[in-house]
Write a protein that binds this ligand. Structure first.
Ligand code: NA7
Length: 541
């Protein structure tokens, strides 16, 4: 008999969703409005946005172009929203997600300021009990994680950090009121996408900016611009075609990777194509040839072009040499795009320090010490990335059947089926989990596909009068092998320090985590699994 007590009824749901970013909002809409489920989102922040709620550092901007960084499920939503710039900044993305949440009346089913600290599967009741930091327990038949891939900040454990008398910040936990760098000596650790976006902006006001580089990185200019009325009109008129491209290519972007090899053209033509892509800017650079991520020699042609660009922009030869001393194939780590990153090193108030050669030894009360020198600093900015993909999931302290912790099941690295489900954890779905295309794809596209697949799966269960869906060990073993195979035909695993491999977090198992076979192929696999009656899953009552 249903519990009629209003207090307990407000704690019992059909589905609980963790996180109110792109994934959580759309999953709520799907389950509540399409299936009529009683669903609730639990969100640690005080607003919607997910990764964009937290990442407010100077220069924080999406690398996908704005007309591709959208939900595509609603033509009306797509047509009524207007982005202002070629790449949306963090504030504009939050405005977009607030607009979506208000338009579809989602906020009434989101509990903000609610951090999930535990989730336990109760086998007898076939329900998940979810515990919040405030000590409340909520239950649901289905638990869906929408926690993103990059939401657990990685702050390296440098000795002495607690003794630092200045201020320090991680870019992924940036103060909402901003940070005033005026007249300050700033140290920036990290030269991934984040450090590369932040450095030029910090340098504009800081007295001095010191960039501590462990791994040199490629970067292509973003060429961000305000969008013209003509472009905005073109986007609205071409919604169907833009959507079609995003849904049929490998990376969910609004462009195709060119179907030509680097060896189909002469060296002069190759150079001209790279120049044109550089002039155009953005992530499309990696789409100039189909074999850039498959053939090391083809990749070398792109890498050399980009290294030459660094040498031509940066005036001081020693600084240029250090910035161009890149040890991995282009795009084997997530390729950054930038606004004046390399030119920033021509400023008199900016210097570069090689912490690969002389590692950071400790933070001191007045700055930072490497093996070779002491750097007095007022502010330290950690652009040191995230415990990516598995970190946000493990932080939830999920326990499946018989109290088995997810951390135990994933001791040697993440194992799941389709990136969506783990054996021993019935009715738990992980949106853009490891083993799915996720970070190798334009995220909203990967998210929509997962949220819709999960919705269809739950609808199917209900239509059949079933209550439980769980993958099997065999399906997981097969999928993990496929994820490895897909990565191994590419150059991606060759960037041995990449966060795709978990290598940026000391002690983390080194496993290539995202599915590298392409979004289109992944979508087809998921569709075929459904068509075969949820092959690889056991559905039961
Ligand atoms: P990334 O890409 O993980 O970059 C982090 C940077 O911080 C990278 O240069 C790291 O060097 C550096 N790092 C990390 N730990 C240390 C220590 N201990 N000492 C010195 N340097 C360190 O994170 P981002 O935030 O830039 O980007 C994450 C994603 O967000 C991005 O790829 C986009 O998808 C959006 P390393 O390379 O590990 O030697």
């Amino acid at each position: 008999m249903p519990d009629m007590n209003p207090a307990s009824a407000s704690r019992e749901f059909d589905a609980l969703i963790v996180g109110a970013g792109f994934a959580g909002l759309y999953q709520l809409l799907c389950l509540r409005d399409r299936l009529g489920l009683k669903a609730q989102v639990l969100e640690a922040g005080d607003g919607v946005g997910g990764t964009w709620y937290w990442n407010r550092y100077p220069g924080a901007r999406c690398d996908s172009e704005s007309h591709a960084y959208n939900y595509t499920f609603s033509k009306e939503l797509f047509e009524e929203w207007e982005w202002t710039e070629r790449y949306p900044d963090h504030a504009e993305i939050r405005r977009y997600l607030n607009h979506v949440a208000d338009r579809f009346d989602l906020k009434k089913d989101i509990r903000f300021g609610t951090r999930v600290v535990g989730a336990r599967y109760d086998e007898a009741a076939n329900r998940w009990s979810v515990t919040t930091e405030a000590g409340e327990t909520l239950t649901a038949q289905f638990l869906i994680t929408a926690v993103g891939c990059l939401s657990t900040a990685n702050v390296p454990k440098f000795p002495g950090l607690e003794s630092f008398q200045g201020d320090w910040y991680h870019t992924g936990q940036w103060p909402h009121e901003g940070v005033d760098f005026t007249g300050k000596r700033v140290g920036l650790i990290g030269t991934g996408s984040t450090g590369i976006q932040a450095a030029p902006v910090i340098a504009e006001t800081a007295a001095h900016l010191t960039v501590f580089q462990r791994t040199a990185n490629y970067s292509v200019p973003a060429h961000n611009v305000p969008l013209s009325p003509e472009f905005k009109a073109w986007v609205k008129e071409n919604h169907a075609e833009i959507r079609r491209i995003m849904h049929t290519n490998t990376n969910g972007q609004a462009f195709f990777i060119e179907d030509r090899s680097a060896w189909d053209v002469t060296p002069e033509q190759r150079q001209a194509l790279y120049e044109a892509a550089w002039a155009k800017g953005g992530l499309q650079f990696r789409g100039v040839f189909r074999d850039i991520l498959l053939d090391k020699a083809a990749n070398d042609t792109a890498a050399e072009f980009l290294k030459n660009k660094i040498r031509s922009i940066v005036k001081d030869p020693a600084t240029a040499a250090l910035l161009a001393d890149i040890d991995h194939p282009y795009a084997a780590k997530r390729p950054p795009i930038d606004t004046d990153y390399f030119a920033t090193f021509n400023r008199s108030n900016v210097s570069l320090v090689n912490v690969r050669a002389a590692p950071i030894e400790r933070i001191t009360p007045t700055g930072l010490r490497t093996r070779d020198a002491e750097y007095p600093l007022d502010i330290i900015v950690f652009a040191t990335g995230f415990d990516a993909m598995t970190g946000p999931l493990l932080k939830l302290n999920i326990e499946g059947r018989s109290g088995q912790p997810l951390a135990k099941a994933w001791e040697a690295g993440p194992r799941n089926y389709l990136g969506l489900q783990v054996a021993g954890f019935p009715n738990l779905f992980t949106i853009t989990g490891p083993g799915s295309p996720s970070v190798l794809c334009n995220m909203p596209v990967a998210i929509e596909q997962h949220a819709e697949w999960i919705t269809d799966c739950i609808a199917h269960l209900r239509a059949k009068g079933l209550a439980r869906v769980e993958t099997t060990e065999a399906a997981m073993a097969d999928w993990v092998a496929k994820v490895n195979e897909a990565a191994n035909v590419t150059l991606l695993p060759q960037a041995h320090h990449s966060w795709y491999l978990g290598a940026n977090v000391p002690g983390k198992p080194r496993v290539f985590m995202p599915y590298a076979g392409g979004m289109a192929r992944y979508r087809a696999i998921c569709e075929s699994v459904t068509a075969k009656g949820y092959e690889g899953f056991v559905l039961s009552d």
